[in-house]
Design a protein around this ligand. Structure first.
Ligand code: NAD
Length: 315
């Protein structure tokens, strides 16, 4: 039986965040009814202000680490609530662990109670500083549980384990995308992630701060591509985990060049120490997404950066 989004009622936790708000937009465009649950810890009401009057959208200001009750039928629970940028989760370590553990428990409980599909926003960080490159879903990862980043990586690893336990024990239909670095409009300019930081610095004509020697790599995905992947996975009959991410791997130095070109800035580059346990390389093996979902990232880096810069300029 196909999953009909047009008649679905969907709970999105973290819906006032960067990815969550784009997801709410896409679900509403498909005809779904959306209940957005967010405590605005790292998100912003600005991201969903345009939806305030939408008759199929409701915002609930709630911490999902506390008991979560939603009236009426629910067809899917999409758990996207979590601090996601290193600046945020290093500042909010306990909240990050709680939303990955208690928050995942509560949202899985809601899905079980309602007979709903459950999607967990997992992450490439479950692979840690990878010893296998590119990373296939079968790779178990190389994570330091007690390092500063462990609060995020281990919360997501626990969340995956809990989702699979609910699937095996209670038959909850789960969907687990492992999301690689994604960028686009609505990222906070001060969230510390590379793309918004470089864009802010390039727009201000300041030097772009590269950590280490800039040879470390990331594979960036434009937000619209990622959201299309979520909808495909939600409709598909597969649990995952499935990698969703861009396959164009760039070094941080190449990224600074691309951002400087997109902004048309005369900025230079300056170097700062690497954060503890910062991964050296990152690229998804997207074979499963291509084969099972017919999905791959389509928007080239330069195009995604141009759209993102245009959005920051419009504000
Ligand atoms: P974000 O910080 O913009 O959004 C997260 C949202 O969760 C925010 O609106 C925040 O207020 C909310 N939130 C946090 N704790 C909460 C709680 N206890 N109760 C209710 N709401 C809470 O981050 P994002 O980039 O949009 O990330 C969304 C999800 O995707 C996260 O789970 C993140 O781990 C995952 N993810 C994102 C990326 C990426 O590149 N953006 C990569 C991998 C995984």
């Amino acid at each position: 039986m196909t999953f009909d989004l047009a008649s679905a009622r969907v709970v999105v936790t973290g819906g006032a965040g960067f990815l969550g708000s784009h997801l709410c937009d896409a679900l509403l465009a498909e005809g779904a009814e959306v209940v957005c649950v967010d405590n605005l810890l790292t998100g912003s009401p600005d991201n969903i202000a345009h939806l305030a009057q939408h008759d199929r959208f409701r915002f609930v200001d709630q911490d999902v680490t506390r008991h979560l009750a939603v009236d009426g039928p629910v067809d899917a629970v999409l758990h996207f609530a979590s601090p996601a940028s290193p600046i945020d989760y290093l500042e909010l370590p306990i909240q990050t662990l709680k939303v990955g553990s208690l928050g995942t428990h509560n949202t899985l409980g809601l899905a079980k109670e309602k007979g709903a599909r459950f999607m967990l926003a997992s992450t490439s960080e479950v692979y840690g500083d990878p010893k296998v490159h590119p990373q296939p879903e079968t790779y178990w990862g190389n994570v330091n549980p007690i390092g500063p980043r462990g609060v995020y990586d281990e919360a997501k690893r626990f969340a995956e384990a809990l989702a699979f336990a609910y699937h095996r024990t209670h038959g909850v239909p789960i969907r687990v995308p492992r999301i690689f670095n994604t960028f686009g409009p609505r990222m906070r300019m001060d969230d510390g992630r590379a793309v918004p930081t470089f864009i802010r610095q390039a727009m201000a004509g300041e030097p772009l701060t590269v950590h280490g020697d800039g040879t470390q790599t990331r594979s960036l995905c434009y937000v619209d591509d990622l959201i299309a992947g979520f909808l495909a996975l939600l409709r598909a009959e597969m649990t995952g985990p499935v990698n969703l991410g861009g396959s164009d791997e760039v070094t941080m130095l190449e990224l600074t060049d691309a951002v400087i070109a997109a902004v048309g800035s005369g900025s230079t580059v300056t170097f700062a120490p690497r954060p503890v346990d910062d991964p050296q390389v990152r690229r998804p093996d997207t074979t499963i997404a291509e084969r099972e979902l017919g999905w791959s990232a389509a928007v080239p880096l330069a195009e995604g950066l141009a759209r993102t810069v245009a959005w920051y300029r419009s504000r």
